[in-house]
Design a protein around this ligand. Structure first.
Ligand code: NAD
Length: 297
């Protein structure tokens, strides 16, 4: 089986690397944070002394890092020189489309294969091995990546050329942020009108207001027991990460000339929600802000 180098063993990277180990891959990992590296070691990952160290024997390298600047620093920081020719580099971080394309260029210039493959599904999906991977890159890179990604996820989608995976991710999350705000506004209005949460849910979930933010992730407790609203809005997917993705969508809209007024409004509202002190809560907790009462429940 292929040898994997895994760089970035945080909340997402650690369970992803652990699933590769479970699937039988030899995984060498590196992280700047000693505690994360040690925890990964406890899960069967061989720990390396540097990023270059863990790519030397690898057939496939996965990076799972905070932002575009980190991916470019790691991909441009000596690992192309340390890897075998033809190694496949997969970046599963959520980053801006421009940096994703620049990372592909770094790999291309060094004779490597590359894929941008951001994920949806969060920490729960990473642990369960049920992530969705949205992939951008050549057909050859995608085919080589597929079995590796299948050990960490259940839907692997080839979205197009370099940057297409990141593009799909930010477009999807822009829909999600906007739709969550719409659903929260409807519940806030229903409360003012004396309409029960359950009554609105029963009607809207089977009518034209139906959407994932309502039927799978209802922002008020009760109608959907598995939703974070039933566990005091513990994420799930945090408001801070939603803000990050909405900002990436706005950056891409500005760079490409797309008109996204509701995406811009959603970015502003999630900015307020974070500044209000709920960045660490699930993104559905934005209902607290939208109720406009200055209270958090
Ligand atoms: P995290 O902060 O927990 O993990 C990032 C890890 O990268 C940290 O352990 C950090 O020490 C390490 N790191 C940073 N720079 C490094 C470097 N130069 N060399 C080696 N290691 C380095 O973040 P996370 O929640 O695991 O998220 C990772 C990526 O996945 C982000 O881009 C995020 O937007 C995306 N994402 C996260 C979630 C989620 O629910 N947490 C969901 C979908 C996508």
């Amino acid at each position: 089986m292929a040898s994997i180098g895994f760089i970035g063993l945080g909340l997402m990277g650690q369970p992803m690397a652990a699933n590769l180990v479970k699937a039988g891959y030899r995984v060498a990992g590196f992280d700047l944070a000693a505690a994360n590296l040690k925890n990964a070691g406890d899960k069967g990952v061989t720990t390396g002394a540097s990023a270059a160290d863990v790519v030397r024997a690898a057939d496939v390298v996965v990076t799972m890092l905070p932002a575009g600047k980190d991916t470019l620093a790691v991909w441009g920081g000596g690992i192309m020189e340390a890897a075998k020719p033809g190694t496949l580099f997969i970046d599963s971080s959520t980053i801006d489309v421009g940096s994703a394309r620049a990372a592909h260029e770094l790999a291309d210039k060094s004779g490597m294969l590359s894929l941008d493959a951001p994920v949806s599904g969060g920490v729960g999906g990473a642990e369960a091995g049920t992530l969705t991977f949205m992939c951008g890159g050549t057909a050859a890179a995608f085919e080589k990546a597929k079995p590796v990604l299948e050990a960490m996820g259940k839907r692997i989608v080839h979205c197009g050329d370099a940057g297409a995976g990141q593009s799909a991710k930010i477009c999807n999350n822009m829909i999600l942020g906007i739709s969550m705000i719409g659903v929260c506004e409807a519940f806030a209005l229903a409360e003012k009108l004396g309409l029960s949460h359950q009554a609105l849910f029963d009607v809207a979930s089977t009518s034209s207001g139906q959407c994932w933010s309502l039927t799978s992730y209802c922002p008020v407790p009760g109608p959907v027991p598995a939703a974070p609203s039933n566990r005091d809005y513990k994420p799930g997917f945090s408001s801070a990460l939603m803000l990050k993705d909405l900002k990436l969508a706005q950056e891409a809209a500005a760079a490409s000339g797309a008109s996204t007024p509701l995406g811009a409004a959603a970015a502003q509202l999630y900015g307020m929600h974070n500044a209000w002190g709920e960045g660490g809560a699930d993104f559905s907790a934005i209902i607290h802000l939208l109720r406009g009462k200055g209270v958090k429940s």
